[in-house]
Design a protein around this ligand. Sequence first.
Ligand code: ZN
Length: 114
Amino acid sequence: MKLDILGEKYKVKETNGEQYEKFEADGFCEWWAKEIHIKDDIGEQKEDCLMNMKEYRNNTIRHEIVHAFLFESGMKKYERDEEIVEWIARNILKINEQCEKAIKGLSNNKGERC
Ligand SMILES: [Zn+2]
């Protein structure tokens, strides 16, 4: 599948291979190739694993997309900053939810001031 990252078309692929061990990651973003790779088996829930693998996979996808957005924005200081990338990946849905709540709340109360 393809994503539009600030006007650039990125391919998103589920793959496997030694690059995941090399990067010590379950996903990676190849900025210059415009590709996001997600390890193809990370969403599989194994019986002895306590992690929610579906949520882990979803967060990994968000994480790599955030890398792509920072790169395409020219945010050189932050595009490789794993801490800020992970913070955004973990919180972007919560931020969006609160933004939408505020926008809807304000739209429904037009004319009402506090
Ligand atoms: Zn990362």
